[in-house]
Design a protein around this ligand. Structure first.
Ligand code: SF4
Length: 256
């Protein structure tokens, strides 16, 4: 597995659990506001391996200093933290592009950890396989845009920066909604990509009485498309205003 980063401790990425986050290299999307170009753009993904112990624990570089972490170092780290950490968050890039993801997760589960998967929902087959085989305990799926944005130019492809098979995204939404697994949907709200109406459309699509949905404000820092570093985020109050409008569609709807 191509491991591009490791956050040794997180209290926020796995709801209710003390966890570590592992960042896998590679993504099939190119969201222009993406904060992790080092994990997404092939020309930025470093190919050399870097021993985890030589990284400064807890520093931002521990996540993204560019070098890859040997799988053995990652599992040695998990061995040492057993009992201290409850969960492992697997994020990217997009973890489900890796065919060996189920095998990788099996090894983590065998060590007794709970696993949370962060995904863009583009691989419903893999998602289904992971859920059916009880390899994931929590899934957070990014919903990038409404199925039909009110502005015709603001479609899913533009938000994802790539040609997206929307049927696959819809399928992933349905798989999660019909599963017994704990999950959430979330959207990073970006001026120029999303309007209030788009978020209302997303809410109508994914909403349901048991669904958790989180709005995340865009941060103009180290974006995949450098032009987005100049975009001013929506004021927090505006996101709260949207949250109030869409809250009736969900069990839980919050601004993060
Ligand atoms: S799906 Fe996630 S990792 Fe991939 S480009 Fe978009 S924001 Fe970045």
């Amino acid at each position: 597995m191509e491991i591009g980063g490791l956050q040794k401790l997180t209290l926020i990425d796995y709801p209710g659990r003390v966890a570590a986050t592992v960042f896998l290299c590679g993504c099939n999307f190119r969201c222009p506001w993406c904060y992790s170009p080092e994990l997404v753009l092939p020309e930025k993904i470093k190919r050399h391996l870097y021993p985890v112990k030589s990284r400064k624990a807890g520093s931002p570089e521990a996540k993204f200093n560019g070098a890859r972490i040997p799988e053995k170092d990652f599992f040695d780290f998990l061995k040492k933290r057993k009992g201290l950490l409850k969960g492992v968050v697997i994020c990217g890039g997009e973890p489900t592009i890796h065919k060996d993801l189920p095998k990788f997760i099996k090894k983590i589960k065998k060590m007794g950890y709970l696993v949370k998967l962060d995904t863009n929902g583009s691989n419903p087959m893999m998602l289904k396989e992971l859920i059916t085989n009880k390899l994931v305990d929590y899934v957070a799926m990014d919903v990038k845009q409404a199925q039909n944005s009110k502005l015709k130019t603001q479609n899913y492809d533009r938000a994802a920066g790539a040609k997206v098979d929307l049927n696959k995204i819809k399928k992933s939404v349905e798989i999660l909604k019909n599963s017994k697994i704990d999950f959430e949907f979330r959207t990073t709200v970006v001026p120029g990509i999303h309007t209030k109406e788009d978020i209302v459309e997303i809410a109508k699509w994914i909403g349901g009485p048991k669904i958790k949905y989180y709005l995340q404000n865009f941060r103009p820092e180290k974006t995949l498309d450098p032009k987005f570093e100049k975009i001013k985020p929506y004021p927090q109050e505006y996101l709260i205003e949207i949250q109030r409008v869409i809250a009736p569609f969900f069990a839980i709807c919050q601004v993060r």
